[in-house]
Design a protein. Structure first.
Length: 175
């Protein structure tokens, strides 16, 4: 067994032991951690299966040529607009955005457009934006979105160009 696997297993065993001891001794912080973990896990079980089905359908139904045309090297500014709109409609936050981004990468999307998608998925989801506007006002929300998206796009372009110059390839995780 690798050292990293042993460390991960030890961490998991320590976490489970802490939860079991906390629940048996009525230790408040441990009980709250257990409750938060259970609540979070249930929320993810509601979102993730449907999201992965949609990602699988995207993988099968959307042709590589379509992704390359709209999100590839020749997409221009239109590619950034498409991914910002897609990111705004993404449900499940970054838990869903990362697998979608990887699927776009495999289909030939440009790195800077993928980075824009991930960044935009973190800052401009429609439900979050509506909630923010209702509490902080439309003016604040529009300014925050404008500044955030501009910074996301600029940093994505810079980072994408940096990695492109170094012939960066995303690993498939097989080794």
């Amino acid at each position: 067994m690798k050292r990293s696997s042993i460390v991960k297993l030890a961490g998991l065993v320590a976490y489970v032991a802490f939860i079991v001891v906390s629940l048996s001794l009525n230790y408040g912080p441990g009980e709250e951690i257990a409750w938060n973990f259970a609540s979070f896990s249930l929320d993810m079980l509601k979102i993730i299966p449907g999201a992965f089905i949609l990602i699988g359908l995207f993988d099968v139904w959307v042709k590589r040529e379509t992704v390359e045309k709209h999100l590839g090297e020749g997409a221009g500014i239109q590619g950034y607009v498409w991914v910002v709109l897609l990111a705004g409609a993404t449900v499940g936050g970054l838990y869903v955005a990362f697998p979608v981004a990887y699927s776009m990468y495999r289909k030939g999307a440009k790195l800077s457009i993928i980075f824009t998608y991930v960044g935009a998925a973190a800052v401009c989801r429609i439900p979050m934006t509506i909630f923010e506007a209702s509490f902080l006002g439309i003016s604040f929300t529009v300014i925050r979105l404008g500044v955030s998206l501009a910074l996301v796009i600029i940093s994505a372009i810079l980072f994408g160009n940096y990695l492109k110059k170094r012939n960066y390839k995303i690993s498939d995780g097989s080794g």
